[in-house]
Design a protein around this ligand. Structure first.
Ligand code: PAF
Length: 282
């Protein structure tokens, strides 16, 4: 696997593949790779001949109160994992390469509707940062397909909407969340948890499964959500939000909606964890 950090090198390698008629798959990441990321590379291999991964801790998607400096950076471990997963090319740009004029003077992409609410409300500007960097990375790599983890459910809806609205010729593939045996969704942020907090964090996915089991037989969603919030808080976490939404539009679910998603975020120790669960009602 070759690692490149500037745009010319990236384009040279990808252009050579294109001239050979090869399909290019792309997996953008912020590094600190775990089995969830590797499953994205594996999925990309099913749809493309050559795989590009990127590692870029994107300053535009972090709020002023979020400590980007402490985000785990584990480049050599990540490279080993990518080699083992047969990734072909790793792009590791610096902020100066992605945002040469600085964040303030950078053109941005703002995706309406699906960016609003949930993580969009708790982390103002976050999805503008995600959409902008993913748009820029898509333009640099020009992949045929790109894989994203379903753990960041709202992020995928934002990216799919951007690709559709801006007519980008890229298939966005959503890949199932990888979980620990306990049910805890894998995340780089789990690194911030000690063993006791990891045991507590399991209550987030458990509460979502409980809520999903109630949806078919109860129609008072507000009451169920109150109970779910109380369960999460009683476990020692602090609920940021828990909502039931339409699976594609992310509008609050109505009684007529059948394709639903439960979206949740909670603080556990120093970590803010997110998770989701899709539910199909008959
Ligand atoms: O999911 C992530 O790791 C990031 O939000 C992404 C998509 C790489 C954009 O920085």
């Amino acid at each position: 696997m070759q690692t490149v950090c500037n745009i010319e090198q990236l384009r040279t390698v990808v252009n050579a593949w294109r001239q050979q008629g090869l399909r290019v798959g792309f997996v953008p990441t912020m590094g600190n790779l775990h089995a969830g990321h590797i499953s994205l590379i594996e999925e990309a291999h099913k749809h493309a001949d050559k795989i590009v991964a990127s590692i870029f801790v994107n300053p535009m998607q972090f709020g002023a109160n979020e400590d980007i400096g402490n985000y785990p950076r584990t480049l050599s471990d990540d490279q080993e994992k990518l080699v083992a997963a047969n990734c072909d090319l790793l792009f590791t740009p610096t902020p100066e390469i992605i945002y040469p004029k600085g964040l303030e003077n950078q053109t941005f992409v703002e995706v309406p509707d699906v960016s609003v609410g949930y993580c969009g409300e708790s982390r103002p500007g976050h999805f503008r940062g995600v959409a902008t960097v993913v748009c820029k990375l898509f333009n640099l790599v020009q992949p045929d397909i790109a894989c994203f983890g379903l753990k960041d459910y709202q992020q995928i809806q934002v990216i799919k909407t951007m690709v559709e609205d801006l007519s980008m010729p890229i298939d966005v593939i959503a890949v199932e969340t990888k979980r620990e045996a306990s049910g805890l969704a894998m995340s780089s942020r789990n690194n911030y948890l000690n063993d006791a907090e990891k045991a507590t964090a399991v209550n987030l996915s458990q509460t979502m499964r409980w809520l999903a089991s109630q949806l078919a037989s109860h129609n008072d969603y507000d009451k169920l959500l109150q109970q779910a919030r109380a369960k999460i808080d009683a476990s020692g976490m602090k609920t940021d939000y828990i909502h039931i939404a339409h699976a594609r539009t992310l509008e609050p679910a109505t009684q007529n909606d059948k394709s639903l998603v439960i979206l949740a975020a909670a603080h556990c120790g120093k970590a803010r964890l997110i998770d989701n669960l899709q539910v199909e009602l008959d």
